[in-house]
Write a protein that binds this ligand. Structure first.
Ligand code: SAM
Length: 305
């Protein structure tokens, strides 16, 4: 890395990044405040990134998750941390008789979800996943959570709430990051982005968003077994990829990494140009649509209560 000019550094600042700068472990409040800052300024960004990547048979990660919801009229589904609502939209388009609820802590994200769905067809609630007070016990058949469990800390109250609201035999289905080595080149991308971020906040990475146990398949399984002692637990790994003009692929790729949001535009642009080189399949290719490629490992966990 060549340019580490700390003096021009601004980027997203929050009490979470302040804690890291002071070598302290941020608490849950700091985490929520950091996530709020990122999401209120960039609402809908997860959807832009995640809907661009597809697996070998052409599914994006929302579609892969939605497959687990039985196509039966009246099934009660809760999308936990629904963001801008892409998963709810897929489900609504598939079967208008599902009973859909979405929960998120960020009003800017919920506003996007509300705008894309006909009035009244989905119950959208501004709540934290740690306290789903407006959702009754045993009232949900499937709880979905797409790319958000990794951000939650404390995680135990979240899993306890999921268990409480799920009906007997109900399913908890979540999409989280998969093992780094499952996707070719993924760890190089991770290392490059974190190298730039760590030039400002050396602790970013050692300390990251959410509970670290969600990030490894084994510790995730242990955590789920504690929260759902009698449940059947299955974790599957998949890989989703995108190809396109390399600068566009690099920009979208950066969006998968919350860490990249702390970079101010000058540094971010330098990082993006290095990332473009890393993601270039072939400089000789005249087919711009196939010049850049990024692959991402994902895990789908299914817990049957
Ligand atoms: C990466 S986005 C995913 C959004 C959506 N599920 C998707 O995949 O498009 C993470 C979402 O989790 C929400 N979130 C994070 N922590 C939360 C918490 N503790 N309670 C409720 N929502 C939370 C954020 O507001 C954000 O909308």
């Amino acid at each position: 890395m060549t340019n580490k000019n700390i003096n021009i550094w601004s980027g997203v600042n929050s009490i979470w990044t302040d804690s890291l700068a002071n070598n302290q472990q941020p608490d849950g409040k700091a985490l929520l405040s950091h996530l709020r800052t990122v999401h209120q300024n960039n609402a809908g960004f997860t959807e832009k990134c995640a809907s661009s990547c597809r697996d070998k048979v052409g599914r994006n990660s929302y579609e892969w998750l939605a497959e687990i919801v039985p196509d039966i009229d009246g099934i009660r589904v809760l999308d936990l941390a629904c963001g801008s609502g892409p998963l709810l939209k897929i489900l609504y388009d598939r079967n208008k008789k599902l009973k859909l609820k979405g929960v998120d802590m960020c009003p800017e994200e919920l506003a996007l979800a509300k705008a894309r769905l006909p009035d009244g067809v989905v119950d959208l609630l501004e709540l934290k996943a740690q306290n789903l007070k407006l959702v009754n016990d045993n009232s949900i058949d499937v709880v979905l959570c797409h790319w958000a469990l990794t951000l939650m800390n404390p995680i135990t109250p979240v899993l306890n709430e999921v268990r409480r609201v799920l009906s007997s035999g109900g399913r908890f289905v979540a999409l989280v990051n998969g093992p780094m080595d499952a996707a070719p080149g993924y760890s190089d991308v991770y290392n490059l982005i974190y190298e730039y971020v760590q030039a400002k906040l050396p602790k970013y990475g050692e300390i990251d968003l959410g509970d670290p146990r969600i990030r490894s398949t084994d510790s995730l399984r242990d955590l789920l077994s504690e929260a759902f002692p009698d449940a059947k637990i299955n974790i599957e790994t998949n890989v989703v990829s995108m190809e396109g003009p390399v600068a566009k692929v690099a920009e979208t790729t950066a969006g998968f990494f919350y860490a990249s949001f702390i970079l101010p535009s000058e540094i971010r642009n330098i990082m993006l140009s290095k990332l473009s080189s890393l993601l270039t399949i072939s400089k000789q290719s005249r087919d711009l649509e196939r010049q850049g490629r990024f692959s991402m490992p994902i895990n789908r966990l299914v817990v049957i209560k």
